[in-house]
Design a protein around this ligand. Structure first.
Ligand SMILES: NC(=O)c1ccc[n+]([C@@H]2O[C@H](COP(=O)([O-])OP(=O)(O)OC[C@H]3O[C@@H](n4cnc5c(N)ncnc54)[C@H](OP(=O)(O)O)[C@@H]3O)[C@@H](O)[C@H]2O)c1
Length: 290
């Protein structure tokens, strides 16, 4: 059985991968948190690969604090670029298939149409630049890789937009939310399920049927942060007021339109992608039942 190493396993996506893993005859997962495996330590990663005969890596480890990255650029680049380059080189050395997660923050001020994997990138901040540099390292150093760009991840657990909204609603806060930043909310468990499906397809079939490259995955549909906040607020038992604001008034540095075009993901992997409103309903139901 092939071993699938999941790095950064205590983060939002890592936790979702653990929760959605279903026993399969083809592979076993090895979930490693930051305290177990620091991706900036190349020797530690190589030892882990050799000890466990790792054949797949799903890299969920990342520096993700977008605001703090402006002050801690060196640390951010160390994790999101240099360490990713090391992972890619080790993947190449040991014939490992590398899944690396990236972000819509690699794009800049775009033109209001869904962005394809080959569209030009132009990150607006340190986090986006570090993630783009990480992507470039993977492309340059690895042969078998899948870079999956995603956006607006949330779920019923952990620290994310949904759980923040729940906390604000419980306090009865009035929430101001930008209505001029457009993207696709993505239920982290949908992404995790899709990643496992891809690993299974690759393990069962011919790797060449699934070309290495950059792919986009978000839930279907489009929303502003205001739309998303409003949809959450109206689904919660403690309703709260959500007021639209412009980005200029709030001063956020983020792509205005980062809807990702998922055509190549759909056609290569043949995986059905749920609409964000359906996944949000599921998230609310799970949150109520937990
Ligand atoms: N969240 C989103 O909305 C979003 C959107 C687009 C793309 N993404 C991408 O999706 C991936 C997963 O994001 P996420 O939301 O799961 O992030 P997350 O919750 O911040 O998880 C990242 C995990 O990586 C760990 N980590 C940090 N430095 C590490 C290191 N040197 N070695 C090993 N682990 C390390 C973190 O540990 P500590 O917390 O202890 O530092 C954390 O457990 C990332 O690549 C991110 O860029 C996220």
């Amino acid at each position: 059985m092939s071993v699938v190493l999941v790095t950064g396993s205590e983060g939002q996506l890592g936790v979702a991968l653990e929760a959605t893993f279903k026993a399969r005859p083809f592979f076993v997962p090895l979930f490693c948190s930051k305290s177990m495996l620091d991706i900036t330590d190349g020797d530690q990663i190589e030892a882990c690969i050799k000890t466990h005969s790792v054949q797949y890596i799903i890299n969920c480890a990342a520096y993700t604090n977008v605001q703090r990255a402006e002050q801690e650029a060196a640390t951010c680049f160390k994790v999101n670029s240099l360490a990713v380059g090391c992972l890619a080189a080790l993947a190449e050395k040991y014939g490992i298939v590398l899944f690396h997660i990236s972000t819509d923050y690699v794009f800049g001020l775009t033109k209001g149409r869904p962005l394809s994997p080959n569209d030009p990138t132009d990150p607006l901040n340190q986090y986006g630049q570090s993630k783009r540099a990480g992507e470039q390292m993977v492309v340059a150093r690895a042969t078998h890789f899948y870079i999956i760009r995603t956006a607006w991840l949330y779920g019923e657990k952990g620290d994310n937009f949904f759980t923040k909204m729940v906390a604000w609603a419980q306090k009865g806060d009035v929430i101001e939310m930008v209505d001029d930043q457009i993207g696709s909310p993505t239920y982290v468990y949908d992404l995790a399920t899709a990643i496992w499906e891809i690993v299974e397809k690759i393990a069962k079939n011919n790797l060449a049927d699934y070309p290495s490259g950059i792919y986009h995955y978000t839930n279907e549909g489009v929303a502003s942060w205001y739309d998303f906040a409003y949809a959450i607020a109206t689904a919660l038992p403690n309703r709260c007021a959500v007021i639209p604001r412009s980005s200029a008034a709030v001063g956020l540095k983020r792509p205005y339109y980062s809807v990702l075009n998922k055509s190549s993901f759909r056609s290569v992997f043949q995986i059905k992608i749920p609409h964000w409103q359906d996944s949000l309903s599921l998230c609310v139901t799970k949150w109520k039942n937990q």
